[in-house]
Design a protein around this ligand. Sequence first.
Ligand code: 5GP
Ligand code: MN
Length: 322
Amino acid sequence: MTLDNILEEIKKAQMIVILCHESPDGDAVASSLSVWHAVKQLGKEADMVIPDYSKMFNFLPGADKILKKGNHSNYDLAISVDCTDLKRLVGASEYFETAKKTIEIDHHSVNSMFADYNYVNPAAPACCQVLIGMFEYFGINIDKDLGTCILTGILTDTGGFQWGGVTPETFEFTAELLRKGVNISEICQKVIRNKTKAHCEFEKLIYERLEFFNENKIAVAYLTLDDYKQLSTDIGDDEGLVEMIRDIDGVEVAVLLKEREGLNGFKISMRSRDKVNVSDIGLILGGGGHSRAAGCFIQGNLDYAKNKIVNLIEQEMKKQLK
Ligand code: 5GP
Ligand code: MN
């Protein structure tokens, strides 16, 4: 069984590296930390490589051990978490490609199964929830520190238990974590409620720039490189903005276009209320994600990217909602 293979590989390896996807969200950072704590309990040291992540997650136990670059070039084992494919391991893919053995643990339904051992459960609302099952199987003690990381991943990927995908197990696991002393209100305050000033400035811009299409079912806003240069100080400042657009009454699909430095184009974030599968739309443009939260990249200027994504969503909505 895959889990037995994974445990065996961890036990065999001397040099282990843990990696996650680009622009890592709470689940990606917390999954990396959770695996790091677990590997430590198994008596091994591992490098966690995350080239850039939001300062918001620095309170998590073990965050001071996160590295921007790996200490080695040929790891025995690379473990990827919360990542759908190799090309999303931006800034860290070299460690994966040169490792002797590779493992990936994920919860995205569209996953390219890019490792030697792939442990993917799309029924879980967060990669951290997948990890709980794995840790229980390994006999890992989920203590307060590890539990704090796990609950952070669950809370950030479910928007504080609000988005689809939350399962009865999510609450059963959470209850167990609270019994271990994990402080849920502290985590919520730090990663769900807390907003940077830059985030508030972005909110203002987005409300000013909102455009509606398809009888107000599609709502679109954008942030340019200039906005980022003038306002943003941290990689996580733009988290949660696209959800804010989706909250508008009547909106089925929310889109946020975020201009990316040096790439001559826009990262697209999509959120759907309850009917449209945005993962299918992302996939058409070489991206992916979950049915209600997905992304992709479009090269070109703002008008081009906006027209392209809006037209595609209109077409897909017609097809999907027939
Ligand atoms: P976000 O809009 O927060 O960047 O991403 C929403 C979801 O879609 C996340 O689960 C994220 O991993 C996934 N996602 C975003 N962009 C891409 C992409 O370009 N490719 C794939 N495969 N998944 C993406
Ligand atoms: Mn995730």
